[in-house]
Design a binder for this molecule. Structure first.
Ligand SMILES: [Zn+2]
Length: 415
C-alpha cells in the first residue's frame, strides 16, 4: 500500500496541494517514486478552522489536475479515540498517537503475560547493524513491558476502532511515540513492536523519538552521529520484528521532522542507499512559510500583509508560542521590531525568512516565530486567502522549489 518512500506535507490553508504534488512529480520524473501524504493534526485544523474533508478535496483536485496516477494519502496526524471521528471518512492514513499512555499503570498480570510471550528476548540477540548485542534480563523486560503495555494496548484499541469503520486493509497505520522526552532504546523498541504485533496492529510505519531537537521549521540541533546510530539501531530492530513477529514486510520508520532538518538529510540519504530501507518523513509548516515568502516576494499588498502578520504575531508571541514551547527555540534578542520589518523590502523580508543556512540575513528566530503565526493568517480570513489567490503563481514556485530542492532531492534522490 504505502510505497517504500513517502513524504508528509502540510497544507495549512488547503491551497498548495498542486505545487506540493508537482514536487513529487519531479522526483518521479527523476526516477524515484515518493508518495505524498497530506498530514494535518486536530490542533492545526482547530486553530485554522478547517476540516479534513477540505484537505481531501484539495489533494484530489491536485491529483486530477496533474494526472498523478501513483499512490497518495491523507494522514489523520496524531489522532486518538477522542479526535479520530472527523478524520475517518476523508483519511486513509492514521497516525495513532499513544505517547500519553507511555508509563501509565498496567495490570501486573498482563505485564507478566507480555514478558512470558517473548522468551526469545531474554537470549542475547546479535542484530545486523547493531554494534552491541542486545540482552535483557527478566527484570529489565518486565520494567519495559510495564512502561509500554498501556500504550501498545491503546494503539490496538484505536486501530480496531478505525478498522471497524474503514475496513481491514483500507488504510495505513502508523503508531507514534515521538512526543516524549527520551528516545526509546533498541530493547524498548523491540518489546514495543512485539506488543503491537500481539495486539494485532498491522503496522506500516513507526515514529519513535530520536535524540536532539527537532524545532519547527529550522535545522536539527543535536549530535548527528548519535542520530545516525539511533536510526540504524531502529532499522535493525524493525528488521528483527518483521521476521519474528509477522509485522508487515514493508514496515518502516517515520521521522516527524518538524520540517527542514537539512543537516540530517545527507545521513538519511546514505542510509537509505546503503540499507535499502524505506522511509516516511513528515514535514509541516514549511509550506505555510513559503506562502509568506511568496507574498513578501510579490511586493505591494502581499508584502504589506506579510509585514502585518509579522507585527501581529510579534505582539501575540507569548500566546502563540505557548503550545509549541517544547519544539521552538526563539532568541527574543534576534527578533526585529515590527517597525523595522514594516520598512523592509521584499528582498529583505524573504532573505530573513527563507531557509538558506548560508545566507547572512537568514534569521531562524524570526522563522520560528512566523512558523507559529499561522493562526494570525487564519484570523485574517478572506484577506489572507485573497492574497494567496492574487499571488498564486509566485507562491507556487516557492512551494515547489522548497519541497523539491531543499527536501525531496537531498533525502531521496542520488546525491
Ligand atoms: Zn509527531
Amino acid at each position: 500500500m504505502l510505497p517504500r518512500f513517502s513524504f508528509g506535507v502540510g497544507d495549512r490553508f488547503a491551497s498548495q496541494a498542486l505545487p506540493q504534488l508537482r514536487a513529487c512529480q519531479r522526483a518521479a520524473e527523476a526516477g524515484v517514486e515518493i508518495a505524498p501524504v497530506w498530514n494535518k493534526s486536530q490542533r492545526e485544523h482547530a486553530l485554522i478552522g478547517t476540516d479534513p474533508a477540505q484537505t481531501r478535496a484539495a489533494a484530489d483536485a491536485a491529483v486530477r489536475a496533474l494526472g498523478w496516477n501513483r499512490p497518495y494519502f491523507l494522514d489523520a496526524d496524531h489522532i486518538n479515540l477522542s479526535t479520530v471521528e472527523r478524520f475517518l471518512a476523508p483519511c486513509d492514513f492514521f497516525t495513532i498517537d499513544v505517547t500519553d499512555a507511555i508509563g501509565q499503570p498496567a495490570d501486573p498480570a498482563a505485564v507478566q503475560a507480555l514478558a512470558d510471550r517473548h522468551p526469545e528476548l531474554l537470549r542475547e540477540l546479535s542484530l545486523p547493524g547493531l554494534a552491541q548485542p542486545l540482552s535483557m534480563d527478566r527484570e529489565r523486560m518486565l520494567a519495559i513491558a510495564a512502561k509500554y503495555l498501556a500504550a501498545t494496548r491503546q494503539a490496538g484499541e484505536i486501530y480496531r476502532y478505525i478498522e471497524s469503520r474503514k475496513g481491514r486493509g483500507q488504510f495505513v497505520t502508523e503508531v507514534s511515540m515521538d512526543e516524549t522526552d527520551q528516545p526509546q532504546t533498541p530493547a524498548e523498541l523491540l518489546l514495543i513492536l512485539a506488543a503491537l504485533a500481539d495486539a494485532g496492529v498491522p503496522l506500516a510505519t513507526l515514529a519513535p523519538k530520536f535524540s536532539g531537537r527537532f524545532n519547527k521549521g529550522v535545522d536539527y540541533e543535536g549530535d548527528r552521529e548519535q542520530f545516525r546510530r539511533e536510526f540504524l539501531a531502529d532499522l535493525a530492530v524493525i528488521a528483527y520484528a518483521i521476521e519474528h513477529y509477522g509485522l508487515p514486510q514493508a514496515l518502516k520508520l517515520s521521522v516527524h521532522s518538524g520540517s527542514d532538518k537539512f543537516s540530517l538529510y545527507p545521513i538519511l540519504n546514505a542510509i537509505l542507499r546503503e540499507t535499502g530501507a524505506g522511509l516516511h518523513l513528515k514535514t509541516a509548516g514549511t509550506t505555510w512559510l513559503e506562502e509568506l515568502i511568496g507574498l513578501a516576494e510579490s511586493g505591494g499588498e502581499g508584502l504589506r500583509l506579510a509585514q502585518e502578520i509579522y507585527a501581529e504575531t510579534y505582539a501575540r508571541r507569548e500566546e502563540l508560542c505557548a503550545p509549541y514551547a517544547a519544539v521552538i527555540a526563539i532568541d527574543p534578542a534576534r527578533l526585529p521590531s515590527p517597525g523595522v520589518v514594516a520598512r523592509w523590502t521584499s528582498a529583505q523580508f524573504t532573505a530573513a525568512l527563507r531557509h538558506d543556512p548560508r545566507a547572512a540575513a537568514y534569521n531562524p528566530s524570526l522563522r520560528q516565530l512566523l512558523h507559529v503565526g499561522y493562526k494570525i493568517a487564519a484570523q485574517l480570513g478572506d484577506r489572507y486567502r485573497r492574497q494567496l489567490k492574487a499571488n498564486a503563481g509566485i507562491i507556487a514556485r516557492n512551494v515547489e522549489t522548497n519541497l523539491y530542492d531543499r527536501h525531496l532531492r537531498p533525502i531521496f534522490l542520488a546525491a
